[in-house]
Write a protein that binds this ligand. Structure first.
Ligand SMILES: Nc1ncnc2c1ncn2[C@@H]1O[C@H](COP(=O)(O)OP(=O)(O)OP(=O)(O)O)[C@@H](O)[C@H]1O
Ligand SMILES: [Mg+2]
Length: 245
């Protein structure tokens, strides 16, 4: 069996003329936390959509747990063990926290009590126990992000894809969310996370992949990627050109 829970090979998607993800090779090891970073429009969310079955690749493969899952529909991929959160959080606003998370619980059981038990357990894990009966629309952004993570956890993933769950949070909330993600990872769930908050990404991930214009431009330890001139240039663009010239 492969040493990686997720292996992406030559993954490519072409929208008309735009190659949003271009020949991407990357892996997530069992139990590992990997960061996927890059400027706006680099193709990070598109890569998640390819891995989770929302988009079918133009080319390339997605291997999960040794099995080729390329092109399978999202619910099938989810049932195999890939959970994800969405960059734009869309809870059912007039449902409670518990009811929202139970929707995830129903991925594995049609029994209401079982789904409720799963939901209560993950709600506690993400620290939303005091908000169990609150309506989703009444939550702060930080709590809505936690709810999004809880919904994904309720599907019992082996690999969790997190799309900018720290975006828009204040420094204290970021710190708390970092602890939550570390705990999830320690419990044995592998993590692939997209994040713009680099400091936080580096606190969680020991391996980082950098995308720019759909292509992987660097990967390595946080220190390796932050010292990489290609990465600095991708982030700072013209300003960087001005500095070095
Ligand atoms: N369904 C689609 N149809 C056409 N173009 C798309 C589609 N989805 C994404 N794109 C384009 O693909 C490129 C990559 O977008 P993507 O959302 O993957 O970037 P991202 O790295 O997640 O950016 P951000 O950091 O802003 O979230 C963008 O140019 C985007 O406009
Ligand atoms: Mg995105």
């Amino acid at each position: 069996m492969s040493a990686s829970i997720l292996e992406v090979k030559q993954l490519t998607i072409n929208f008309g003329g735009l190659i949003a993800v271009n020949n991407l090779d990357m892996q997530v090891g069992y139990g590992e936390a990997v960061g996927l970073i890059g400027p706006n429009g680099a193709g990070k969310t598109s890569a998640f959509n390819l891995i989770s079955g929302v988009y079918k690749p133009t080319h390339g493969q997605v291997i999960f747990n040794g099995e080729d899952i390329t092109g399978l529909p999202p619910h099938v991929i989810n049932r195999k063990g890939i959970g994800r959160t969405f960059q734009i959080v869309k809870p059912f606003g007039s449902m409670t926290v518990l009811e929202n998370v139970m929707v995830g619980g129903f991925a594995h059981t049609s029994n209401r009590n079982k789904s409720k038990a799963i939901a209560m357990e993950v709600i506690e894990r993400v620290g939303l126990q005091r908000k169990v009966n609150a309506l989703a629309k009444s939550l702060t952004l930080a709590d809505r992000k936690r709810l999004e993570v809880a919904k994904a956890l309720a599907t019992d993933p082996k690999l969790l894809l997190l799309d900018e769950v720290l975006a828009g949070l204040n420094p204290t909330e970021v710190e708390e969310a970092v602890d939550m993600i570390k705990d999830i990872n320690k419990s044995g769930i592998s993590i692939l996370m997209i994040e713009h908050v680099l400091q936080a990404t580096m606190a969680i991930c020991n391996h980082i992949v950098v995308l720019d214009y759909g292509k992987k431009i660097a990967e390595g330890t946080p220190q390796e990627v932050t010292n990489n001139p290609e990465v600095i240039k991708a982030y700072l663009g013209d300003e960087y050109e001005a500095v070095i010239n």
